[in-house]
Design a protein around this ligand. Structure first.
Ligand code: FES
Length: 146
């Protein structure tokens, strides 16, 4: 596949998550809720995290933001649901490195759709958009004492 075709495919994956977000909504009950703001635009995303025995039982997101931030939140929830919270945090670490433009070695981790966001690293102003939900995840995990 040529680079242009790959870029087009990545764009389609991002727009699909934006238009058909996975796990959008809230979790009632005793889920951890964390809201993060992007200081550069004022947009905000809330992440709801429900963890049992170290496993992400459920995760949802809500809020307002651009296509990159909402697509990234959708991808994050899709990727971590059902995984160990420690694995989700490792994924977050790998994603941060990807946003810094580093060649990431994801090892055993399957980045799946998240790979489509790697091009964002070339646009520094958008990195905060892409990492917003991931930062909320990290903050939630701290509240869970991981
Ligand atoms: Fe506000 Fe992207 S422009 S989150």
């Amino acid at each position: 596949m040529s680079f242009n075709n790959l870029d087009t495919l990545y764009r389609q994956v991002i727009m699909d998550h934006y238009k058909n977000p996975r796990n959008k909504g809230t979790i009632d009950g005793d889920a951890i809720t964390v809201e993060m703001n992007n200081p550069s635009c004022g947009d905000r995303i809330e992440v709801y995290l429900s963890v049992k025995d170290g496993i992400v039982e459920d995760v949802k997101f809500d809020g307002e933001g651009c296509s990159i931030s909402l697509a990234s939140a959708s991808m994050m929830t899709q990727a971590i649901k059902g995984k160990k919270l420690t694995e989700a945090l490792k994924m977050s670490e790998v994603f941060s490195e990807m946003m810094l433009g580093k060649d990431v070695d994801a090892g055993e981790i399957d980045l799946d759709d998240i790979e489509a966001l790697h091009g964002v690293s070339k646009f520094p102003a958008r990195i905060n958009c892409a990492t917003l939900a991931w930062k909320a995840l990290e903050k939630s995990a701290k509240e869970e004492n991981v």
